[in-house]
Design a protein around this ligand. Structure first.
Ligand code: PNS
Length: 161
């Protein structure tokens, strides 16, 4: 059985993430979507909120589980016998940093490999940061995020005002 981990901060999950989850779930026998902290970003949603949103959007996939971890990704992968990290690439601009991350993760644990999937062109411009920015100015994010989490995101942003 080939198991993989799709890690991210998912703050919040977008249609771009979901596209990768759907396609990776067809490639691997089991896919763990793992919410991790990105120390370079301040999260809007708590870990619990991010996990819940992912659970709601992935519940129809029989071989996808959602989990979270506070620590190194390779540590999580090792603890859970996951030899493959799946990452989505949207554009060349993602490549340099993702390449660096793949190499540091390989350096930290030689048993773990990173595999990249190109995001569908329809979602290549979507990022969680842009979703939050558009929503904070009252822009329409309905086509950027899964319908199950649309209200949750709008309410969160409204409550901050
Ligand atoms: O969705 P993101 O914000 O691009 O995801 C980045 C994430 C959370 C996968 C990355 O920051 C991460 O792996 N965080 C856990 C700590 C870690 O292992 N860092 C890499 C080695 S320094």
């Amino acid at each position: 059985m080939v198991k993989a981990v799709y890690p991210g901060s998912f703050d919040p999950v977008t249609k771009g993430h979901l596209d990768i989850i759907e396609r990776a779930s067809k490639v691997f026998d089991r896919l763990i979507v793992a919410v991790l902290e990105n120390p370079r970003k301040n999260a809007l949603f708590s870990m619990e909120e991010r996990v819940k949103m992912l659970e709601e959007t992935t519940s129809s996939y029989g071989n996808v589980d959602v989990d979270y971890y506070q620590g190194l990704l390779v540590e999580y992968a090792e603890n859970n016998s996951l030899a493959i990290i799946v990452k989505g690439l949207r554009a060349i601009s993602d490549f340099e940093f993702e390449f660096q991350m793949a190499l540091i993760n390989k350096k930290l644990n030689r048993n773990v490999d990173t595999m990249f999937m190109m995001t569908d062109y329809k979602y290549s411009f979507i990022s969680s940061s842009l979703v939050k920015e558009v929503a904070s100015y009252g822009g329409d994010i309905s086509e950027l995020v899964p319908p199950q989490v649309y209200e949750i995101i709008i309410n969160k942003i409204e409550n901050l005002k």
